[in-house]
Write a protein that binds this ligand. Sequence first.
Ligand code: CAA
Length: 283
Amino acid sequence: MKIQNIMVVGAGQMGSGIAQVHAEAGYHVYLNDIDAARVEKGLAVIRKNLSRQVEKERMTEEQKEAALAHIHLSTELDDAQKVDLVIEAAIENMDTKKEIFAALDRLAPEHAILATNTSSLPITEIAAATNRPEQVIGMHFMNPVPVMKLVEIIRGLATTDEVFENVKNTAEALKKVPVEVNDFPGFVSNRILLPMINEAIYTVYEGVAEPEAIDEVMKLGMNHPMGPLTLADFIGLDTCLYIMETLHEGLGDDKYRPCPLLRKYVKAGWLGKKSGRGFYQYH
Ligand code: CAA
């Protein structure tokens, strides 16, 4: 089965990036969210990213317009009827994902693959909400999607080799590098990244150093492109907490206990860059 038409469910930071890279690679993309305002906002981000590429002479104006012409705005999940692959990038909540997958299973053609961009939730459990668990798979893109090369591909318990190969080929067509991992909490990326971020937050909590100093140590000492607290603000502190809770619950070891300071910031509404304040302030 050749994938030509795809649907991205969720037009936020991740969903719009996923839609952009598919449109650039020539796929027809239905960019879906619950209302027109969210979809328009996602499209505006894509338009801005593509214009920057034109300014940097990495893309012509014609190529930009061609990519934009491949994006169809959608506020109805019914559009899943028209696609070969759905990539869900909605909020990280198991009940919401199960509802979306049950609906997609009813709507999408029999041959369609249902993928999720979840950062840590079990693929096998999401797949169990459908009658096609062999066609459900994890396709975990990294933020910012247009820049980051990795796509973590996670098989559920029932995922077939054919579906895996098809999704792997799609990631390669986007000029990304797919890496296969198994279905365990946090997969590989967040199993390793988030405990490091959580430890950086404990380092603030215990008064070892100021956020700026911690980030400087990791940037200059370990050559990380961003310090862990800047990265936490960039990912969103609510998402960081959610992933730590998933690791703690799923792996059952106290080494994954979310730092109380992380909980406090999330309760205060300090969610990082998107809310204007986290470990740093944004204007
Ligand atoms: N969207 C599109 N392009 C972007 C972008 C965005 N949001 N942010 C930056 N870029 C582009 C810039 O345009 C620039 O492009 P050119 O090289 O073509 O000029 C390039 O990225 C580099 O940007 P900058 O020079 O402005 O800044 P930088 O050198 O600091 O790079 C960065 C920015 C690529 C984000 C870099 O800081 C980085 O790699 N940070 C770490 C990112 C990371 O760890 N991501 C994983 C997060 S975890 C995750 O996603 C998984 C999860 O489930 C939580």
